[in-house]
Design a protein around this ligand. Structure first.
Ligand SMILES: [Zn+2]
Length: 206
């Protein structure tokens, strides 16, 4: 799926999660929290394509990552005292940095499109929670986004290696479509329509 499709798919899963909140381990209070939750879902929905420099997220993550590393190096030279936050949260920053470097080295649609990746993201989020106090609802939101991405690519002809690295086998839905094809555009429009319907039925009394 293209980035646009993943955003529509992520949004659909996010809106569905908000709609069925009472049956899920989510705690959303008010519009700002719900919007933050949906934003986190959308970021998670783009993450698995971080292994592709051509992808929407890949194009932004690498320059930002390089910029942050450059700032840390410059900061270490000019203002070592300002680096206190990095030394305090060293484990978390090392985890994020090493994770991104590993993702850069993987080939497209392998690790990041497998069930192992979902587990890794879950473990990283739990570890980060101890340093940054991220709410469980937002952690679930990020995971929902990641799973929605893998599901979106599962619908495409290319499929996804769900059991990677145990097996290279690509799994795909029986009714799959080509990435970027007109069928994908129809699916995207259908998902957007579904989101509007879910949102409308949750606010209107019918
Ligand atoms: Zn993908």
């Amino acid at each position: 799926m293209m980035a646009k499709g993943h955003q529509a798919m992520g949004l659909t899963w996010g809106v569905a999660a908000v709609t069925f909140e009472r049956w899920l381990p989510l705690d959303l209070n008010g519009v700002p929290e719900t919007l933050l939750f949906l934003t986190v879902v959308l970021i998670g929905a783009l993450l698995p394509d971080v292994d592709s420099k051509q992808s929407k997220i890949g194009r932004y993550v690498y320059p930002i990552f390089a910029g942050v590393v450059a700032l840390i190096v410059i900061g270490a030279i000019w203002r070592p005292d300002m680096l206190a936050i990095f030394t305090e949260q060293r484990t978390s920053f090392l985890l994020i940095g090493m994770g991104l470097i590993l993702l850069m080295l993987t080939s497209h649609r392998t690790w990041t499109h497998s069930l192992v990746f979902v587990v890794i993201v879950g473990v990283v989020l739990t570890t980060l929670q101890t340093s940054f106090d991220i709410s469980e609802t937002l952690q679930y939101g990020f995971l929902i986004g990641v799973v929605s991405h893998i599901f979106g690519d599962y619908l495409t002809k290319q499929g996804v290696p769900l059991l990677y690295p145990l097996s290279q086998k690509k799994f795909k839905f029986i009714l799959s479509f080509k990435t970027g094809s007109p069928v994908e555009n129809v699916v995207v429009m259908g998902l957007v329509g579904l989101c509007v319907w879910m949102l409308a039925s949750s606010v209107m009394p019918f």
